[in-house]
Design a protein around this ligand. Structure first.
Ligand SMILES: Nc1nc2c(c(=O)[nH]1)N[C@H]1C(S)=C(S)[C@@H](COP(=O)(O)OP(=O)(O)OC[C@H]3O[C@@H](n4cnc5c(=O)[nH]c(N)nc54)[C@H](O)[C@@H]3O)O[C@H]1N2
Ligand SMILES: Nc1nc2c(c(=O)[nH]1)N[C@H]1C(S)=C(S)[C@@H](COP(=O)(O)OP(=O)(O)OC[C@H]3O[C@@H](n4cnc5c(=O)[nH]c(N)nc54)[C@H](O)[C@@H]3O)O[C@H]1N2
Ligand SMILES: [Mo]
Length: 767
């Protein structure tokens, strides 16, 4: 039996193949902490739910664009030949380009797609669209949109910060106290966008523990920190982190323990922030008693912690989840202000960290090396949306929105084109999305499986998976690069996204512009040549293409230890930050000048619209944490073994505290209905003290599976939390997603339990 290398966002593995079938998955020998998600390759790649041939929704095929759009998700599909599909897509893109203009094509196509530099679906679709005149794009990520917009005003770009986070070995040597908001969940460190050679987060954390680092964590879920770290764990009212951070800041200041010299030399605006902190502006000192009333964390805990933080080398970490919430901008901003008051930013082991273990690679000791990727060309369309405003875009053509201090207008969308992302996974309030989804004339997707996205499309073009193609895999913030040779034949007639776009480009007459006459291997050789050239500029001699391709893997020599903002601390003049003042902006004149109610000039406690401390909690008394799933990446391979084995009573598992379960007379394994005014879903119940009372955990990623497909408001059978989440921007500044500010109620599901049916293909008919 042959074993062949494959790689994914969750790790590198060997696939055993017997007569064209994948029979086993073994972890890569260099990985000290391989992820079990890879086991889903055994059944996931060649699963019956793969899309096998191009397919068109019945009414669409019969009557063309705009036909019976309210039947999306409900109607059967008709399979067609590839050439027919290419023609259909080309004709529609031409119609829309000519009659309405390219801004009427929305191809933001946000999503993680698969690992692999060349077959990266979002890069492919953007290059293709640019080769035919452009498209309306999306900006920022679902991961940390609010921070991406606020942090450039405060300290610098989010991606730039993440690329120089203090590395694990430095933390091990110097960090005495790690104060964590939202934990450092190892379930999340399984993943890194682009691939993982070595999983390093567990090693890094355990080394810190061994060296004597003390861990303190504020989080609604105890599992956000590994038991081995023996962290002091405090539960808190979800979304109240800013209040706790403010109170820590207050007691640092009140006790004269803040570092005024650091504030003077490296920051601007402490004097504008101070009156708010002390309560001079609103009559409320942000002290520990105040924070206790908001967060439920005992005042004495906060006061003592402030003293301890000031006497130790302290790293303050905040997970990305904190800002995926109403007023999410305030959380990371305030964490940075707190770290600035401690004065340890730029010192080894101190300062702040955003998203340690949020993905593998944050804290990795690596070379800041940009691997080659597909050139996307130039987009001639200026229109854009903040990524999480997709439903608003479709529902309000011509409507205004505010973003980062300016007003913009939503274009009128005729075509939605997606390749490599799944809005029926990632977006909030799926019933609202479903309504918005009825608006465009055409919805075209490239998909691997018959998931909720492809089921709700008009034209579905089957895409290959990584094991079915050749590619080069490497991640940002990682040193390892892999040569991936095709392992198995594509399922059915599935094609690579590149070949699909070549087919459409040929029909449109844009093939040369799109492909530049290259095939898959030509592109891989081009990428490798660029990588070699870049490596040479670092004095590194990478092997030539043939040796690399033959060898299968290559690692850059180890990078140096990193200390976040060390250069800035050593010399703030030469290493100015990219903020208006060149310094850390505790108060931002720029943000203040926008005059927004939802985001002012300095970080503040702003009450979320939906949280346990608010009025909605009377009707919906449980805070829903729809966090990242431990057994898959988002919705990918939800049909695979690793994910399916984690289901409870046939659907996604929801975890509830024993007190809340008792109050509702619920038992382990019950099928429960989780609901609020936006929707309802069924989940299988786990009862555990890992979640605090008043909180339920229902991870993202179960495929949306409505009882009545196409019907807005239908009960979801599989446990997708996004039928419950809010679809409102974090603020008028960032417009980030706010899934983590959602309240629900839970009851036992009575009556005939509907069977989950989303993992078998929809009805496919002949015409
Ligand atoms: N409630 C709630 N919702 C959330 C979050 C949350 O915390 N709570 N988190 C958000 C975050 S941080 C993120 S990043 C998003 C993630 O949202 P997405 O990135 O959209 O989620 P994925 O499931 O990874 O979607 C990738 C899709 O691409 C397809 N795909 C994979 N490889 C290929 C390929 O090579 N070609 C083509 N054509 N298709 C491919 C897969 O089948 C899958 O449908 O979700 C967000 N949604
Ligand atoms: N296994 C796996 N790992 C993943 C992913 C995946 O799909 N699967 N997705 C990846 C992606 S795209 C991203 S962006 C990162 C996201 O990384 P994060 O945003 O950090 O991930 P989450 O799991 O949403 O949240 C982490 C924890 O934050 C806690 N939390 C939620 N709300 C609050 C709050 O208000 N206060 C406090 N103190 N804690 C809170 C929850 O208990 C939750 O378990 O994860 C990545 N890692
Ligand atoms: Mo993300």
């Amino acid at each position: 039996m042959e074993k062949r290398l494959t790689a994914s966002h969750w790790g590198t593995y060997y696939l055993s193949v017997d007569q064209g079938k994948i029979t086993a998955v073994d972890p890569y020998e260099m990985d000290p902490d391989p992820s079990a998600i890879g086991q889903s390759f055994v059944d996931g790649i060649q699963h019956p739910c793969r899309v096998k041939r191009p397919a068109v929704r019945k009414s669409y095929l019969e009557k063309g664009p705009g036909a019976a759009t309210d039947k999306r998700g409900a109607e059967p599909f008709v399979e067609v030949e590839w050439d027919t599909a290419f023609e259909l897509v080309a004709k529609e893109l031409d119609r829309v380009r000519t009659d309405f203009g390219n801004q009427s094509i929305f191809a933001g196509s946000y999503g993680w797609a698969s690992a692999g530099r060349f077959h990266h679906a979002p890069s492919q679709i953007h290059r293709f669209m640019n080769s035919i005149g452009g498209y309306t794009k999306s900006v920022n990520t679902y991961s940390y949109a609010a921070s991406e917009v606020i942090l450039p005003h405060v300290v610098g770009m989010m991606d730039w910060l993440l690329s120089q986070h203090t590395s694990w070995p430095v933390l091990e040597k110097h960090c005495q106290l790690m104060v964590m908001f939202g934990g450092v969940a190892l379930k999340n460190g399984q993943i890194n966008a682009g691939g993982v050679g070595r999983h390093s987060a567990r090693e890094g954390l355990l080394a810190c523990k061994k060296a004597g680092t003390k861990f303190v964590n504020f989080s609604p879920i105890r599992e956000d920190v590994d038991d081995a770290l023996d962290a002091q764990h405090y539960q808190l009212v979800p979304n109240s982190d800013v209040a706790i951070m403010l109170a820590l800041a207050y007691h640092l200041y009140d006790g004269g323990r803040h570092d005024q010299e650091f504030l003077n030399k490296y920051c601007v605006g402490f004097d504008q922030f101070k009156p708010y902190l002390l309560g001079k502006t609103d009559g409320q000192a942000k002290d520990a008693d105040w924070a206790e009333r908001i967060s439920g964390v005992e005042a004495s805990v906060i006061r003592d912690l402030a003293i301890e933080m000031a006497t130790k080398r302290t790293m303050i970490t905040a997970s990305w989840s904190l800002q995926r919430a109403d007023h999410g901008e305030q959380t990371h901003w305030m964490a940075i202000v707190l770290a600035a008051m401690l004065g340890q930013i730029g010192l080894p082991g101190g300062g702040f960290g955003l998203g340690y273990a949020g993905v593998n690679g944050v804290g990795h000791q690596f070379r800041n090396f940009t691997w080659a990727s597909l050139d996307q060309g130039v987009n001639n369309v200026c229109d854009f949306i903040p990524v999480a405003r997709i439903s608003d875009l479709l529902l309000n053509p011509g409507g205004r929105f505010s973003y980062n201090g300016q007003d913009y207008i939503y274009p009128d969308t005729k075509v939605v084109y997606w390749a490599g992302g799944n809005p029926f996974h990632h977006h909030q309030d799926l019933n609202r999305l479903l309504k918005a989804w009825q608006k465009p004339d055409s919805i075209i997707v490239h998909e691997q499986t018959w998931n909720a996205l492809s089921r709700h499309a008009d034209i579905v073009l089957p895409a290959t998976m990584t094991a079915e193609r050749n590619d080069i895999v490497c991640a940002k913030r990682d040193d390892d690069i892999f040569a991936l040779k095709q392992v198995v034949e594509p399922v059915g007639e599935a094609k690579n996204d590149y070949d699909i776009f070549c087919g459409i480009a040929r029909s449109i007459g844009a093939l040369d512009r799109f492909s530049e006459g290259r095939d898959e291997m030509d592109w891989l050789k081009l990428f490798h040549a660029k990588n070699r050239q870049r490596a040479a500029s670092f004095g590194i001699d990478m092997p030539d293409f043939d040796s690399f391709w033959e060898g299968g893997e290559y690692s850059l020599p180890a990078g140096k230890d990193l200390v976040l903002l060390e250069d800035f601390r050593k010399d703030p003049e030469t290493h100015k930050l990219r903020t208006p003042s060149g310094l850390i902006e505790i108060y931002s004149e720029t943000v203040a000048s926008f005059k927004l109610e939802s985001c002012k000039g300095h970080p503040m406690w702003l009450e979320p619209k939906e949280w346990l401390g608010g009025k909605h909690a009377k009707k919906f008394p449980l805070h829903l944490i729809s966090n990242q799933p431990a057994t898959r990446l988002h919705s990918q391979l939800d049909h695979g073994k690793a994910s399916q084995e984690s289901k409870v009573s046939g659907r996604e598992a929801m975890t509830m505290h024993p007190d809340d379960a008792q109050e509702r007379s619920l038992n382990i394994g019950d099928i429960v209905r989780v609901y609020n005014d936006r929707g309802a879903t069924l989940a299988g119940l786990i009862i555990s003290t890992i979640v605090q009372p008043g909180v339920v955990q229902l991870p993202t990623g179960a495929w949306y599976d409505p009882v009545d497909p196409g019907m807005i408001g239908s009960l979801d059978k599989a446990g997708n939390p996004n039928v419950l989440t809010r679809d409102e921007g974090s603020s008028e500044l960032g417009q980030g997603p706010t899934a983590h500010s959602t309240l629900v109620e839970v009851e036992k599901f009575e009556g005939q339990v509907p069977e989950v049916s989303v993992y078998t293909p929809p009805e496919i008919i002949g015409l």
